[in-house]
Ligand binder design. Structure first.
Ligand code: SF4
Length: 317
């Protein structure tokens, strides 16, 4: 996508779709503030979700990533996956792994899921379970094993915080020992529940820099088939990059509203009212709007404004 602008594309290249905001976890660093009681009352119904799926396929969008909440906890999720996979749309699923039993792992393998990410926020059950109450370590590790056994090359995702950053290298070792396709990490995002307790949760910049060096050194000293993937930017840096060159993507939140980025509260379209094509036009106008540019500039001055990230503000563009 480098060197090309969103104006050059007649449709998004990528959809990020949150089917629900409900999940079993109460993870400290959740960037969506999801949980067992956090489902939205107006989440898309099965029929509405399948209509969105039909439009995604019709628009020729090649890649859809499902996050949440827990996508595998949605009754119609498999119908959505089946329809996308049947026409060759690549699928990414971000899950806590608790629902990836043998049958689900078989089904995911049958769909040739392009990317399966499972969060493990510690090298030990004690640390992980402290970071991710309700999202057990043993279930996540068992899901990774099932996915590895079926050739899915799952990615272990590790979110660093002051409670677990000391175990990052051990967690990488765990990913290697399990045969994961990648160990994915990066600065904790100041969004959702993480933003609400940022001062109590975030590790300091020096600790993270030392951890990055240690992870890279480990990967060099112990080469393996597990790729080490370290996202370089925190969320404020990400905002700056997106403002200059927005990704050709739409974020669909559980009630069908379309947001321009998970870190920003602006929702220029609603798939209950607008088509994907109309949403794409609104998305592109939104990124060039004064309102969005002013808000991003304000976030640079005051990152605490990211507390609004999970809201959906209308935007007339
Ligand atoms: S990180 Fe995942 S499992 Fe944990 S609260 Fe958020 S959505 Fe739920």
């Amino acid at each position: 996508m480098s060197g090309r602008s969103i104006e050059d594309y007649s449709a998004p290249l990528f959809i990020a779709w949150q089917l629900t905001n409900r999940c079993a976890g109460r993870c400290l660093a959740c960037c969506e503030d999801s949980g067992p009681d956090r489902g939205w009352v107006d989440e898309l119904s099965r029929d509405e979700a399948l209509e969105v799926t039909r439009q995604i396929i019709g628009a020729g969008i090649p890649y859809v990533a499902f996050g949440g909440g827990e996508p595998l906890g949605v009754a119609h999720a498999w119908e959505v996956f089946d329809r996308l996979a049947a026409v060759g749309v690549a699928i990414k699923i971000e899950t806590d792994g608790a629902r990836v039993d043998d049958a689900a792992a078989e089904r995911l393998a049958g769909l040739s899921v392009h990317c399966l990410q499972i969060s493990v926020d510690g090298a030990t059950a004690a640390t992980h379970d402290r970071m991710r109450p309700g999202s057990p370590f043993d279930a996540a590790v068992a899901a990774l094993k099932r996915a590895v056994a079926r050739g899915l090359e799952p990615q272990m995702v590790f979110t660093p915080a002051r409670h677990n950053v000391a175990e990052a290298v051990q967690a990488f070792d765990l990913a290697v020992s399990l045969g994961c396709g990648a160990f994915v990490t990066g600065p904790m995002m100041r969004l959702g529940r993480a933003a609400a307790d940022w001062d109590g949760l975030a590790c300091d910049d020096d600790a993270w820099a030392r951890t990055v060096d240690a992870l890279k050194a480990r990967a060099v000293a112990h080469p393996s088939s597990t790729k080490l993937s370290i996202y370089p930017w925190d969320i404020v840096s990400e905002l700056g990059h997106q403002l200059v060159e927005p990704h050709a993507m739409l974020l669909i939140v559980p009630n069908g509203k379309v947001k321009i980025l998970n870190a920003l509260p602006f929702s220029p379209a609603d798939l209950r009212r607008d088509t994907i094509s109309e949403a794409w036009d609104a998305y592109r106008r939104a990124w060039r709007s004064v309102e969005v540019r002013d808000f991003v500039a304000a976030c640079f001055r005051d990152p605490s404004l990211l507390r609004h990230a999970n809201e959906t503000w209308p935007l007339s563009t």
